[in-house]
Design a protein around this ligand. Sequence first.
Ligand code: SF4
Ligand code: SF4
Length: 308
Amino acid sequence: MFEFVDIEATSYCNAKCPFCNRQFMDFEQKHLDIEIIKKLPFERIKKVLLLGNKGDAIFYNKLHELVQHIVSNYTSKIILHTNASAHDIDWWIELAKTFGNRGYIVYALDGLEDTHRLHRIGTDWNKVVRNVTAFNNAGGYSICQFIKFKNNEHQIDDVRRLIKSIGSKKIWIRKSRDYNDVLLRPDGVKTRHELGEDLKNHRIECTFLESPSFVLTVDGEIRPCCFMADDDYKRNFSIHLKEDIKYPQHIIAYRKDPNSINLKYHPFDAIMKSDYYEAIKHNYNHLFRCNQKCKVTFNDIIDEEFYG
Ligand code: SF4
Ligand code: SF4
């Protein structure tokens, strides 16, 4: 049984968040064919995350159909991550109804109107609040994700009050993956990367093997995790290759036949038994990316708060 799959159903988004993968690489804007997604073994997957590295699932052209397919045929929970700054109220009411009690949304609200727009460039704070209110009022369950900067940390209590008043159930306050001249670092806060540097001898917690879980990219590839699926990984491939020189079997397997991990061309179980996955399973402890990313856990970068 898999704990979760993270599906990158689309690479479309209306925002320009400065640290998003979207900003670092040219890529094609496209949707993943729903028939490819339907090939996943949902009967063996507890949670379906509609997240990905470079798109917002609310722009997926078959979103309602996909949610309906999972709700009607399987027992998996659905968790949709979004900036919530698009579509009209009716669209959000319909989404809440399609979800029923089988799913929830995690929406980005990084402060009040004046600070949210510094990070969520291109989104409309008022529209986010309006859409989430409609979703909640229609019976939807929502969690607010607040990324903390020096610019917005004084507004945490205001946001807490606001989201409670519109019916959201929980808030996640988390560290940013980076900071810049506009989005300033709160005192004493370290990024995931920096925390990882401090934890040189710490055990690697591999979510792919320990959760277990995997990612389906918009290209149809099955990747072990978001860190091995993002464009930063692809961009810095030569660095990884240099560092992984003693254990490059996964790179060789991938380069030899990139389609060997693609759900468009192979069944899911065959992909999991491919040379690429055998190499990852045996070598992850030694791989540069795994050492760089997975000494830090989700709990190290997030403070979760419940409202009940
Ligand atoms: S909303 Fe999400 S996908 Fe869109 S730019 Fe921001 S981080 Fe990237
Ligand atoms: S980066 Fe490596 S250790 Fe981390 S989840 Fe992915 S495969 Fe596992």
